[in-house]
Structures are given as structure tokens and as C-alpha cells.
Ligand binder design. Structure first.
Ligand SMILES: [Fe+2]
Ligand SMILES: [Fe+2]
Length: 137
């Protein structure tokens, strides 16, 4: 189970809520894989991908609004993750018949969370704090 620990929260509710939901769907998928309910992945993975892509657009619009100077870099980072998510959808389609696909799907999903929610998004947390848009703990 992945949880959003307080140090990874941005203290900006709309984005934190998105991140919580992304983590929630990943946990559901990982649990379904563990419990052998692989067929659920065919629905859950595309749901995750759709929500994550919308999340990126919301996050980019927010960063643009607040004048985040590294927006381009973050934008490209999101596009790379979009490409990885297309791979996840393919893995979910073959997960039923392939142990290898199930394993890589679980790993890719957790890696995705680490990459966006935990790593890359912390880059703009200090910017938001400097601008007084959030109150860091
Ligand atoms: Fe994010
Ligand atoms: Fe992001």
C-alpha cells in the first residue's frame, strides 16, 4: 500500500486531492493483482490513466497561473509519463495471461507515483511556499 505521507503533501488541496485519488486507484489495482482479480485491471488501469492525464493538465494550468519558472521542464516530464501510461494500458490488456505483464504493471504504477507525486512535484513545493501560496509545515 502506498500512502501520501504529510511530507509529500503540497498543502494545496486541489492537487493533493488529485494525488490522493491517484494513489487510491494504484492501491486498488495492486490489491486486485495480489488477490488474483486481474480482469479488474482492464477497467481500473484505463481509469487511472484518464485521471492521471487530466491531473497533469490541471497541475500545468495551476503552475502556469502562479508563474512557475520551471513549467516547461515539468510539462515535458508529464509527457514522458503519458507515454509510460500508454504502456501500462497495453500491459493491463495482457495481464490476464502473463505473469510478467502483471509484475511490470504493478512496478510501473508504483514507479509512476514516486516519479510524479513524490519526486517531481516536490520541485514546485518550495516555489509555492516562497510565493506564500501554501504554508509549509
Ligand atoms: Fe502531480
Ligand atoms: Fe506533476
Amino acid at each position: 500500500m502506498v500512502e501520501l505521507s504529510p511530507s509529500f503533501e503540497l498543502e494545496y488541496q486541489p492537487i493533493d486531492n488529485d494525488h490522493r485519488r491517484l494513489i487510491g486507484i494504484v492501491n486498488q489495482i495492486v490489491k486486485a493483482l495480489d488477490d488474483g482479480r486481474v480482469e479488474e485491471c482492464a477497467v481500473l488501469v484505463p481509469d487511472f490513466v484518464n485521471f492521471a492525464k487530466k491531473h497533469f493538465l490541471r497541475e500545468e494550468a495551476f503552475l502556469k497561473k502562479v508563474g512557475y519558472p520551471q513549467l516547461q521542464k515539468h510539462y515535458h516530464h508529464h509527457r514522458e509519463l503519458n507515454a509510460k501510461m500508454d504502456t501500462m494500458v497495453r500491459l493491463a490488456q495482457t495481464a490476464r495471461d502473463s505473469e510478467v505483464a502483471r509484475e511490470s504493471l504493478g512496478k510501473e504504477l508504483v514507479f509512476f507515483l514516486m516519479d510524479d507525486v513524490i519526486n517531481a512535484d516536490l520541485d514546485f513545493k518550495s516555489y509555492l511556499a516562497d510565493k506564500g501560496l501554501i504554508e509549509p509545515r
